[in-house]
Design a protein around this ligand. Structure first.
Ligand code: UD1
Length: 336
């Protein structure tokens, strides 16, 4: 039997492929390489013996899906493949709905027809908005702020409705802010163009590709005025997928949303300080205006993950930044 990882050449998918292999799974990656590099697949293969199988193909093509299910005995799936840029999704909503929902529907359909019935879905904590008080629980999701966010919200609903009437069971992992890299420094995040997210931006400043970090607001109602988020090491996140498949294997029924975070918030300024410690020199920054759409703070309630998956994070902010820096400094141009 084999585990299918869609989008397995991407940032979180590639780390998860390695974690699944380490947990004893035979891994089959499907990726169309639209926003990922073949070198990421090579990096995964260098860390895994025997080799993971790689199929270059698009999930919107039912022939590709049927071939993968027919040729490999797929009994479980981790589904990452999706467009993921918030701003781009606002400019190109139809492309986002077509790609992200079409691939999820096609995949779920193939699973139902071929009998692979355990699915872990890569969702996001983006639909939560600003919590009233304390950490965000799974009950809080109310919608989304962008077409990208809506695709995650709608895909969760599609899988929930499908799980209600088929043998398919799903865990819907709602990630907070993944950062870091594989400790080998050979596998990491490789954003195209100027990064939107904080840590990739900070790292490009550290290698000299950008001149300074812009801190989007230091006048929030937070301890130091800058925005607070729940950053999670990508290796902890990868291991959460293994734990979720194991929980499905033990019989967790239906479609279950589960937050994946550390339960601890860190501010933008704390992240910049941790990056400076990792790099060994100060990170230049300036405070600028707030970014439209940003909230002051959010962090995850982790009780459900601990209860249902028996999983919790073990890596702190300094380890996240150290590992991210090892990757970025050994690969200043990413996989290019
Ligand atoms: C963003 C996405 C979210 C996605 C997540 C992936 C938006 C609105 N949300 O979340 O959908 O799942 O990334 O990790 O885009 N910041 C700066 N300077 C920068 C960049 C960011 O100060 O150059 C601040 C932000 O204001 C925020 C924090 O850093 O307080 C984190 O920002 P970011 O990494 O973009 O993540 P989110 O906005 O939380």
């Amino acid at each position: 039997m084999a585990t299918l990882v869609t989008g397995g050449a991407g940032y979180i998918g590639s780390h998860t492929a390695v974690a699944l292999h380490e947990a004893g799974r035979d891994v089959v990656i499907v990726d169309n390489l639209a926003n990922a590099s073949r070198r990421a697949v090579e990096a995964v293969r260098a860390l895994t013996t025997p080799e993971v199988v790689f199929v270059e193909g698009d999930l919107l093509d039912p022939v590709v899906l049927d071939r993968v299910f027919a040729e490999h005995e797929i009994d479980e799936v981790v589904h990452f493949a999706a467009h993921k840029a918030v701003g781009e999704s606002v400019a190109h909503p139809l492309e986002y709905y077509r790609n992200n929902l079409g691939s999820t529907i096609g995949l779920a359909d193939a699973m139902v027809r071929h009998g692979g019935n355990r699915l872990v879905f890569s969702s996001a904590g983006t639909g939560y908005g600003q919590p009233e008080t304390g950490p965000v629980t799974e009950a809080a999701a109310t919608g989304a702020e962008s077409p990208y966010g809506w695709t995650k919200y709608m895909a969760e609903q599609i899988l929930t409705d499908t799980a209600a009437v088929t043998d398919l069971d799903a865990v819907l992992l709602r990630y907070f802010n993944p950062v870091g890299a594989h400790p080998s420094g050979t596998l990491g995040e490789d954003p195209h163009g100027i990064p939107n997210n904080l840590v990739p931006f900070v790292m490009q400043v550290a290698v000299g590709r950008l001149d300074r970090v812009r801190v989007f607001g230091a006048d929030y109602d937070t301890p130091d005025g800058s925005g607070v988020r729940d950053y999670i090491h990508v290796m902890d996140l990868a291991e959460a997928h293994v734990a979720a498949l194991d929980a499905l294997g033990r019989g967790l029924p239906g479609a279950t949303p589960i937050n994946i975070g550390t339960g601890v918030g860190h501010s933008v300024l704390e992240v910049i300080e941790a990056a400076a410690r990792a790099v060994g020199s100060p990170i230049p920054y300036e405070v600028v205006g707030r970014r439209p759409g940003d909230i002051a703070m959010t962090w995850a309630a982790t009780d459900r993950a601990e209860e249902l998956l028996g999983w919790r994070t073990s890596r702190d902010l300094d380890e996240m930044l150290r590992d991210h820096w090892r990757w970025q400094s050994s690969n200043p141009d990413g996989y290019a």
